[in-house]
Design a protein around this ligand. Structure first.
Ligand SMILES: *Cc1c(COP(=O)(O)O)cnc(C)c1O
Length: 227
């Protein structure tokens, strides 16, 4: 990545690269969405991406998204915003109101609270269940051994609009087995959407069936603060 490349340049190159990778994997390029992860980056950077035709965005904090996105959405009603960071139950009201998808459903208490808010607000964001494929103690996500029962509970007991699964492989692991595991759990449940792949591993993720890659650094450059 060079300093002279603009956000528009990077998006164009990434779209081409994603389409090539999909084709090489025998997949229709239209089945792989590019999500621009704008956490820590200012609204001006998001506006530059919007001007370049980007419409799908991800943020990992409710508060940050609530500050940045309402104005942008007013100007671009077709913008779609996903929550990709951990969600506290006490922020569920705001999250259901603000996001088009919540990708980090990972525990029964949150399922219950989301079900209540979805009914109360009559708004149904797409839900992804996050699986902690690396079984890392500090990471959120349901453990793989508990995933089948939790997916069933979300759909059968809480009637939640679960559309797919999401994972973040451990930083220093080969991501391939994690993506394969997520794909296998999704297949067992007939879930068609797989949110997997970040700037460092999206190429592998596409080979393993990712339907949305979440790219921050590759589009917006390095983040100033840890997030
Ligand atoms: C920050 C973040 C990304 C994007 O990471 P990059 O390495 O900058 O592409 C993707 N997914 C989640 C959940 C994130 O928090």
């Amino acid at each position: 990545m060079t300093g002279t490349e603009t956000i528009a340049d990077r998006l164009r190159n990434l779209r081409d690269r994603i389409a090539d990778l999909a084709q090489a994997a025998g997949r229709d390029p239209a089945t792989v969405a590019l999500m621009a992860v704008s956490k820590t980056h200012p609204a001006e950077s998001v506006a530059a991406a919007l001007a370049a035709g980007q419409r799908l965005f991800g943020e990992n904090r409710v508060q940050e998204a609530a500050g940045k996105y309402p104005d942008l959405r007013a100007r671009h009603p077709d913008l779609r915003l996903h929550l990709i960071g951990p969600l506290q139950s006490n922020k569920a009201t705001e999250a259901v109101a603000l996001f088009d998808a919540i990708e980090t459903l990972d525990r029964p208490r949150l399922a219950e609270v989301l079900a209540r808010e979805i009914t109360r607000q009559d708004r149904r964001p797409d839900l992804f269940i996050e699986v902690n494929t690396g079984e890392e103690a500090q990471k959120s996500g349901i453990l793989p051994a508990a995933a089948d029962a939790f997916i069933d509970e979300c759909r059968d007991k809480w009637k939640l609009p679960v559309v797919g699964l999401m994972c973040i492989p451990p930083e220093h692991d080969d991501p391939a087995p994690h993506f394969a595991l997520l794909r296998e759990i999704a297949r067992r449940h007939g879930l068609t959407r797989l949110s997997m792949g970040m700037s460092a591993d999206y190429e592998t993720a596409i080979r393993f069936g990712s339907t949305e890659v979440r790219l921050g650094t590759a589009i917006f450059g390095p983040r100033g603060t840890a997030a």
